[in-house]
Design a protein around this ligand. Structure first.
Ligand SMILES: [Zn+2]
Length: 288
């Protein structure tokens, strides 16, 4: 099927109490692992891109890869832009076939975040695609931006209300709730109470950032509290590398590249299927 829209996908997930997995693709092989894993689980899925990855491959090749992969399966695959502060990148994605984009103004003071998010909201809405926006500060490293644990700030509930009132057509809303990007150094401190307070007053589906390393229980609690989009980046990246290196250790003299690509694909696809199973979206492809 053609590339799906994230907004109806997430609204259905929110109502059905399950999470849709969003993986940060790296290259064609990684996108293929995500799409095939979703197909095997009969699940909706989101492929998202960091700005860095777009700068490596270009808008058009990525749009073409995901479009062709999506056309070959009968599960909905959405194409989303992850954390971005640049309206030109947002426009480039919309032109190349992305069905949703994220504008991340979370490093800005609240009023300025609203002002700049409005610009992105107008670009996305007039381009017919969904927007994800963030408030508060999610810890860890995303692209080249690092937020220390001390600087991570939970989203303020009143600000969430005001923000979402201004952007009623948001596809998904990302308030910081204590999760962090990258690999958790200690026990993740998820502010479930804050998440509940937010979802009690905000009806837009919530995005859970920093999903790598959370336990099944932690995912379940977040999803049952309103997180409909669950981001998995670090795990997928590590499996991308591990797929190659594990085979190299096992067969150090192997000089043929295709077995490495296959090993990498198998490991990433297995990870994709495990996450889909954990988030409860297995068998939900036809609901969207
Ligand atoms: Zn994120």
């Amino acid at each position: 099927m053609s590339i799906a829209y994230m907004k109806p996908m997430l609204k259905t997930a929110q109502n059905g109490n399950y999470g849709v997995a969003a993986f940060n693709m790296i290259d064609y092989n990684s996108a293929r692992a995500v799409v095939d894993g979703a197909q095997e689980m009969n699940a909706p899925v989101i492929i998202q891109l960091s700005v860095k990855t777009i700068k490596l491959w270009g808008f058009k090749p990525i749009g073409d890869w995901v479009r062709s992969l999506s056309n070959d399966v009968d599960v909905p695959v959405a194409l989303h832009l992850d954390h971005c502060t640049d309206l030109d990148v947002i426009r480039g994605c919309i032109d190349a076939g992305w069905t949703s984009v994220m504008f991340d103004g979370s490093a800005l003071p609240f009023e300025e975040n609203m002002r700049q998010t409005k610009l992105a909201y107008d670009v996305a809405t007039s381009g017919g695609v969904g927007l994800e926006a963030e408030i508060g500060a999610i810890g860890g490293t995303e692209d080249d931006k690092f937020v220390s644990e001390d600087d991570a700030i939970l989203a303020n509930v009143d600000e969430c209300i005001e923000f979402c009132k201004n952007f009623p057509e948001l596809a998904v809303f990302a308030p910081a709730i204590g999760t962090a990007h990258g690999v958790y150094k200690g026990e993740p401190k998820i502010a479930y109470d804050r998440l509940k307070e937010i979802t009690n007053v905000v009806d837009i589906p919530i995005a859970l950032h920093g999903g790598t390393g959370l336990t099944g229980d932690q995912f379940s609690r977040c999803i049952s509290s309103g997180c409909a989009k669950v981001n998995i980046s670090t795990m997928h990246k590590l499996q991308f590398i591990e797929g190659f290196t594990a085979l190299k250790v096992e067969k150090p003299t192997l000089g043929e590249p295709i077995p490495f690509i296959s090993a990498q694909y198998d490991l990433m696809k297995q990870g994709v299927m495990e996450m889909i199973s954990l988030f409860g979206s297995e068998g939900k492809a036809n609901k969207v």
